[in-house]
Write a protein that binds this ligand. Structure first.
Ligand SMILES: [Zn+2]
Length: 258
């Protein structure tokens, strides 16, 4: 279990090695390297089962290192917070080595996740990008769509980044309108999930469509269709919030029709 406290007083413990979004397998096949003394260049990360964990961000991954999605698909869900935290902090450390304000090299602060510019004093914290992810329904039917980036045959819920100055609810209505041209009625918040590809926070919603007529945008979405609960296409992986939205709707339909 993850405990979110930086292990600042510790000098040894487990180590997670990450490069380019890929995590080195440890000797037991988990993402943890053997407990060892830490290098001062490593980032103290958290406690895992009350053992301190440090993050070693390396320049290059080896062939044998699985990527983040692969790890999440094969480990139990209890690992999700640790892997999600490690992947996001690693991406932030890699991408914020220089000050975004004045361009000088930044230095890691120890007492929190922060990069401090010694030249102008600007601080950078891990970037978290909020996204909305929505299952649009019409009665029992589900609206699922294909992004051009998906594996062949896969359909999922609609998703998009929240824009500056926009509320999450407005983003839900805008994304649905842009991607499939639908007006929606009631919008209901579900729950959220950290999504470390590379640093999203997915805010899950259900939305009730006011019509079934689709106008697919053809760019962000290459296909979208209404599906009946008994006749579904290939769905997103079990660890994703999009799958949880779909499964929650299916369970609600099954309860209502029992
Ligand atoms: Zn600066």
């Amino acid at each position: 279990m993850l405990r979110r406290e930086l292990p600042l007083a510790e000098t040894a413990g487990w180590v997670i090695r990450i490069a380019e979004g890929r995590i080195a397998p440890g000797p037991d096949g988990s993402p943890l390297q053997l407990q060892q003394s830490w290098s001062s260049t490593w980032q103290p990360l958290c406690y895992w089962d009350e053992v301190p964990v440090a993050l070693a961000v390396e320049a290059q991954a080896e062939e044998s290192w699985p990527d983040g999605r692969h790890w999440l698909s094969r480990l139990p869900e209890s690992w999700f917070p640790l892997l999600s935290t490690a992947l996001q902090v690693a991406a932030w450390l890699r991408d914020h080595r220089f000050c975004g304000r004045c361009g000088a090299p930044s230095a890691r602060l120890d007492r929190e996740f922060a990069m401090l510019c010694p030249h102008c004093g600007h601080r950078n914290y891990p970037r978290i990008s909020p996204c909305i992810i929505t299952l649009v329904t019409h009665g029992e039917s589900l609206l699922l769509a294909r992004s051009p980036r998906f594996p062949p045959g896969r359909y999922s819920t609609l998703a998009g980044f929240i824009e500056p100055g926009e509320s999450a609810e407005d983003a839900v209505r805008r994304e649905i309108h842009e991607e499939v041209g639908l007006p929606v009625g009631r919008v209901r918040y579900y729950r959220s999930q950290a999504w470390p590809f590379p640093h999203s926070l997915m805010l899950g919603f259900f939305a009730e469509a006011a019509s079934r007529e689709l106008h697919i945008d053809g760019v962000e979405i290459v296909d979208a269709a209404w599906f009946r609960p008994g006749r579904l296409p290939q769905l997103p992986p079990l660890y994703s919030i999009s799958r949880a939205l779909i499964e929650t709707h299916l369970a609600e339909v099954a309860t209502a029709t029992r």
